[in-house]
Write a protein that binds this ligand. Structure first.
Ligand code: HEM
Length: 224
């Protein structure tokens, strides 16, 4: 007999869905700023394997010559990103929801078993509650990355006034690299997250919109 059970709190869903468009706006405006001084590449000497980013990307996304617009948008939305993230972390701590989210000492071993199961190399997945071990690591990691983006972002935004933060982040050039790598990290997380959400199915997606999911008695639960 299928049962409707509550899965995600209203607060978590609001924080999650507010974060999604903000992160897109931050990445989009960040690219407008990065265009003005796009120095990063993978390579050595005069050999470049991969340039971040080829002009064709800026052309396709209409991001060239928009430094001022990018800065204006980035420096407004960064406060919303920060505030939403801060309230989410405080809510998760005080509501006790962190218990479902933070990995424990078995999580790294279990996460490996989850990966093997997802790759169809292992028949059974380790028992889980709300999230499996791989999700706990990924979701907690992305929250720490959010803090990293705010700190490195502030360091390169006001490197003179916040010189101590800039020093703490390894200096202006290093903080800028970290800020960039974190953005690549979000994009990678996002792609994997969406693939997992699609694989987990409609019931799982609906739970992060409506708050509830339908559980079949005795059936194994699959989540993104
Ligand atoms: C179209 C975009 C997105 C969709 C469809 C989506 C979907 C979902 C779903 C279905 C869950 C619940 C998973 C489960 O119950 O097993 C979830 C949780 C989560 N998602 Fe997303 N997500 C999206 C964007 C993002 C973005 C951009 C981020 C951050 C970079 C993010 C971070 C998280 C985190 C941290 C959780 C766990 C939150 C908690 O329980 O407190 N998501 N997402």
């Amino acid at each position: 007999m299928p049962k409707i059970v509550s899965k995600h709190s209203l607060a978590m869903r609001w924080f999650h869905w507010i974060n999604f468009p903000i992160l897109i706006i931050m990445t989009w405006s960040g690219l407008m700023i990065y265009w003005a001084n796009d120095i990063y590449r993978l390579g050595w000497g005069n050999t470049t394997l991969l340039k971040f980013f080829p002009q064709s990307i800026y052309d396709a996304l209409h991001l060239s010559y928009k430094l001022a617009e990018g800065m204006a948008v980035h420096f407004v939305f960064m406060w919303i990103f920060f505030l939403n993230g801060l309230l989410y972390v405080l809510y998760t701590l005080f509501s006790g929801e962190w218990r479902e989210l933070v990995p424990n000492r078995n999580s790294f071993k279990e996460a490996w078993l989850v990966v093997l199961h997802d790759l169809h190399l292992r028949k059974t997945a380790p028992p889980q509650k709300k999230y499996n071990a791989a999700q706990k690591i990924a979701y907690s990691g992305i929250i720490i990355m959010g803090l990293g983006s705010v700190l490195t972002g502030l360091a390169i935004y006001k490197p003179v006034q916040l010189w101590w933060l800039c020093e703490l982040m390894g200096g202006y050039a290093f903080a800028r690299i970290l800020h960039f790598i974190l953005t690549i990290g979000y994009t990678t997380f996002f792609i994997v997250h969406i693939i997992q959400v699609i694989l987990a199915g409609w019931n799982n997606f609906r739970s992060v919109v409506s708050g509830f999911e339908i559980v079949q008695d005795g059936n194994e639960k699959k989540s993104a």
